[in-house]
Design a protein around this ligand. Structure first.
Ligand SMILES: Nc1ncnc2c1ncn2[C@@H]1O[C@H](COP(=O)(O)OP(=O)(O)OP(=O)(O)O)[C@@H](O)[C@H]1O
Length: 293
């Protein structure tokens, strides 16, 4: 069963591009990653799906129902975490949770308090006194307390410390194993790589790839940065080379033993080997598409 399906979903803010012809499909039971750089259109897609803004053209279905016609029914089965955790000033965390539970129309305060304990959230504090990470925790509790069928999470881990990020992903996997579908937007590739089954890459409002995470991130290329030299070594399989007076950086897709043998011959003082940046993975997709044309 398709939990989310969009057909040429398009949103313009006046003349400004939000998303263009978005065709997205998320199966029941998936943990689906939605990756893209700042301004790519992730939040626009999510806000359109939730009916917070209306599409310029195209349509979308959630739980196989039209998002515009069956709005209320659909929303009652969704847990949403917005990218910015903001609440009414003057309210204590416990007031926010009570309000949220009443809006969900479910008796879910016990689960809310259980989640507060799990995330070490002080319910007596006023929301405006909370740090960004703690506000994010309030947002987690509000989005998860009613145990919905679909979680739509917009950059949920920003502001959370590493321990809380771990606790958060444990919760996500728990809910997923109980049958829920997760739609998770992020611009942190490693998060998507470690936790999602399938993912879509969005850039400048358009979907440029959608596949299993395994296939999407299937690159053995590494970014190599060498210090103490100013011109690139003589190697094949180098791409995206940049040089400064004292360093050379490039994407290397060749045999590591060949690289090491070459490095042995040149006066480097230090080196780093990292996974390619998200942007470089995007370039990989552009190249592939260009090759197909
Ligand atoms: N209310 C708005 N009015 C005009 N343009 C907007 C509005 N909201 C978003 N946009 C534009 O739509 C495009 C997509 O923005 P969106 O917030 O969806 O990106 P995003 O992928 O969520 O980015 P980020 O990772 O920075 O949160 C951007 O060019 C942005 O400037």
């Amino acid at each position: 069963m398709k939990i989310i399906q969009t057909e040429n979903l398009t949103k313009y803010y006046g003349k400004a591009r939000g998303i263009i012809d978005m065709n997205l499909s998320v199966e029941a039971g998936d943990i689906f990653g939605f990756i893209g750089p700042n301004g790519a259109g992730k939040s626009t897609t999510i806000r359109t799906l939730l009916g917070l803004i209306s599409p310029t053209s195209g349509n979308a279905r959630i739980f196989e129902q039209d998002i515009l016609k069956n709005h209320i029914e659909i929303l009652s089965r969704i847990g949403y975490m917005p990218s910015e955790a903001m609440f009414y000033h003057g309210m204590r965390v416990e007031d926010v949770l009570r309000l949220s539970a009443s809006l969900h129309g479910k008796n879910c305060l016990a689960e809310a308090h259980h989640l507060c304990e799990r995330f070490k959230l002080d319910t007596k504090k006023k929301v405006e006194e909370l740090s960004l990470g703690n506000r994010k925790k309030v947002s987690i509790v509000c989005g998860f307390m009613h145990q919905p069928d679909l979680y739509i999470l917009d950059e949920p881990t920003s502001g959370l410390d590493p321990l809380m990020q771990k606790a958060f992903f444990e919760l996500i996997h728990e809910r997923n194993s109980q049958g829920a579908t997760i739609f998770l937007s992020s611009h942190i590739l490693s998060e998507i790589q470690h936790h999602c089954k399938n993912a879509a890459i969005i850039r400048e409002g358009c979907l440029i790839a959608c596949d299993s995470v395994e296939k999407l991130t299937n690159t053995k290329a590494r970014r190599i940065t060498l210090h103490g030299i100013s011109s690139p070594p003589r190697l094949e399989n180098m791409k995206n080379i940049s040089c400064t007076e004292n360093s050379v950086s490039f994407l290397y897709d060749g045999n590591m033993k060949v690289l090491i043998a070459e490095l042995n011959q040149i006066p480097i003082t230090d080196m780093t080997v990292t996974e390619p940046e998200l942007e470089e993975i995007f370039l990989h997709y552009y190249t592939k598409e260009a090759d197909l044309i």
